[in-house]
Ligand binder design. Structure first.
Ligand SMILES: NC(=O)C1=CN([C@@H]2O[C@H](COP(=O)(O)OP(=O)(O)OC[C@H]3O[C@@H](n4cnc5c(N)ncnc54)[C@H](O)[C@@H]3O)[C@@H](O)[C@H]2O)C=CC1
Ligand SMILES: O=C(O)C(=O)COP(=O)(O)O
Length: 531
């Protein structure tokens, strides 16, 4: 059945066409962004959800999103998505980090001009036939100091455009390297220095716990008298009430805001103050940007739903379409290795150590790790997937380490996983043969060559005569048909293991009967997600 995607925001219709062209069923219901009850009611039907900033993806929505695999944000900011809840639910969150950055930077520059020359108010007055030429005295930008808070993609473009306007640009961004700042020809400063020196301040940081209220009442009070403040990033970054007071007192000469702490903003402390320019979150609102982000998000979501390729995800490593194709069997192998060891382990896991050898070490290890950890964690919670597994493992305090090494043996490459519990260490290794089939190649250090079956039985025993007979007889007596089996041992009369392939899940009484023979140290039925 074709995957189903819901578009619950005002995306360009270009996205609808892309989904359809790629064989995805799509419902275009932009009104749902404002109707959280209705969204919660129907979200369960969809594999994908495409949004902008109006749709709030809350834990309540995610709770009902039983089929959801991917949320695509046609834009940059994802503060309207509860990413932790999405990760726990195993839903990938992706955005389009570049599609609207130029447009948004241009809006910030436009807002800076608008507030420097009071263009909106002058326009309203002129329309009213007032001709108030002396009322609207402005300031020049040339030679003024622009303080940029957050010099990433958008902030970086703003810096570039501002330098073109002959402004002196200073930037506060703890993650901006000195070398990069030099390349951008901006002076990297501390926040207090920026607040003290800037004639104009523009914000370009995401809204996070660290940036919330970054222009607090206290920080606003440190600004230079006559400063003008532009916010085209997010509401919540500036204390709007404190700013309103400083505007009224004349300490702040003007403000230009595109974003507000509550949106849609029906009322706000900044509304109706002189020289405050407001736009309704128009930063990304150009035909070019909307086309870019809609096309990109639809392609990315379709790629993921149809091929497993992951691009621009915030809670999952990227996997290109090409990698998804080559790595498919290896991702499956990682899942099987995890599933094997997860089913064998009853005690709390302390650490998972993963070794990648040869060919395997050259792959996208982050994605293989996610699959392997998911294979293990699924045994405890069947809802875990590649997205949620690392988070759940971390929550349980499981230490994960990976090592990679050049080809060391007969195989072109392999993966070996060792799980450490309070009682023991257990390991299994596997590879993918040229037929594209994953194989287990070593269990407990004993070499074996075993394909992966849907229903299997694993036994360990001392290598003595009569074991195979006992296995066959006991299974037969309990109505279990053995399709195939594989054996391995350390040495003659040493430790031996057997893997049986059976047609159906093995009944408990058959396993008990095997145990009752007294011939086996371990008897365990195993299930694998084999198509
Ligand atoms: N008004 C609108 O329509 C639009 C608004 N935006 C907003 O703009 C934000 C920035 O977008 P991009 O530049 O593309 O993101 P980005 O990730 O390229 O840049 C953000 C920068 O902020 C810096 N940063 C993070 N924490 C900081 C802190 N505590 N103090 C100072 N700097 C910090 C980062 O180091 C990074 O360089 C988005 O997160 C979004 O909220 C984006 C697009 C449109
Ligand atoms: O991309 C972003 O972060 C934006 O804020 C744009 O928001 P919008 O898609 O216009 O609702």
């Amino acid at each position: 059945m074709a995957p189903k995607v819901l578009i619950s925001d005002e995306l360009s219709e270009a996205a609808v066409q892309i989904f359809r062209d790629r064989g995805i069923d799509v419902d275009f219901m932009p009104e749902l962004g404002k109707d959280k009850e209705k969204l919660a009611e129907i979200i369960g039907r969809y594999d994908g959800l495409a949004i902008r900033s109006a749709t709030k993806v809350t834990p309540t929505i995610l709770e009902r999103a039983d089929n959801l695999k991917v949320i695509g944000r046609a834009g940059i900011g994802t503060d309207n998505i509860d990413k932790e809840a999405a990760s726990k639910k195993g839903v990938i969150v992706m955005n389009t980090p570049f599609g609207n950055m130029i447009t948004t930077a241009e809006h910030a520059i436009a807002m800076m001009f608008a507030v420097a020359r009071q263009i909106p108010e002058a326009s309203v007055s002129t329309h009213a036939g007032k001709w108030e030429k002396s009322k609207f005295m402005g300031v020049e930008l040339t030679g003024k100091t622009l303080g940029v808070i957050g010099a990433g993609n958008i902030g970086g473009i703003v810096c570039d455009r501002a330098r073109g306007l002959k402004m002196k640009v200073i930037a506060y961004d703890p993650f901006l390297g000195e070398e990069k700042a030099q390349q951008m020809q901006v002076e990297k400063v501390e926040l207090d220095d920026l607040l003290k020196r800037a004639d104009f301040i523009t914000l370009h940081v995401p809204l996070t716990d660290q940036t919330r209220n970054i222009l607090s009442a206290e920080n606003l009070a440190k600004t230079k008298k006559g400063v003008r403040i532009i916010n085209c990033a997010r509401g919540g970054l500036v204390d709007e009430a404190a700013l309103a007071e400083l505007l009224k007192s004349g300490h702040v000469a003007g403000a230009a805001f595109d974003v507000f702490s509550v949106e849609p903003a029906k009322e706000n402390p900044l509304f109706n103050l002189p020289n405050v320019v407001c736009t309704p979150h128009l930063g990304a609102a150009t035909t070019e940007a909307q086309e870019n982000v809609a096309l990109q998000v639809a392609e990315q979501m379709a790629d993921y739903l149809l091929t497993g390729a992951v691009q621009n995800a915030l809670n999952m490593p990227s996997v290109t379409a090409e990698e998804a194709k080559i790595m498919g069997p290896w991702i499956k192998l990682a899942d099987y290795l995890g599933a094997f060891i997860g089913q064998m382990t009853d005690e709390p896991i302390k650490a998972i150590n993963i070794l990648y050898d040869g060919y395997a070490a050259e792959m996208n290890l982050a994605a293989l790790n996610c699959s392997l950890i998911a294979g293990i964690m699924k045994q405890v919670n069947p809802d875990v997937n590649m997205v949620s597994a690392p988070l759940i493992a971390k929550e349980r305090g499981i230490k994960i380490s990976t090592t990679n090494q050049a080809q060391s043996g007969a195989f072109e490459g392999y993966i070996k996983v060792t799980v450490v519990t309070g009682k023991r260490e257990r390991s299994i290794a596997g590879t993918v043969f040229s037929d594209g089939k994953p194989r287990f190649i070593q269990i407990k250090g004993i070499n074996i060559d075993a394909e992966v079956g849907r229903h299997m039985v694993y036994t360990t025993n001392e290598d003595v005569p009569g074991i195979i007979g006992a296995l066959g007889q006991t299974m037969g007596a309990n109505g279990v048909n053995i399709a195939n089996f594989t054996l391995g041992r350390t040495a003659a009369k040493g430790e031996a293991i057997a893997l049986l392939y059976v047609d159906e899940p093995v009944p408990g009484k058959a396993l008990d009967a095997l145990r009752a023979t007294g011939l086996f140290q371990q008897v365990k039925s195993l299930e694998f997600d084999v198509a």
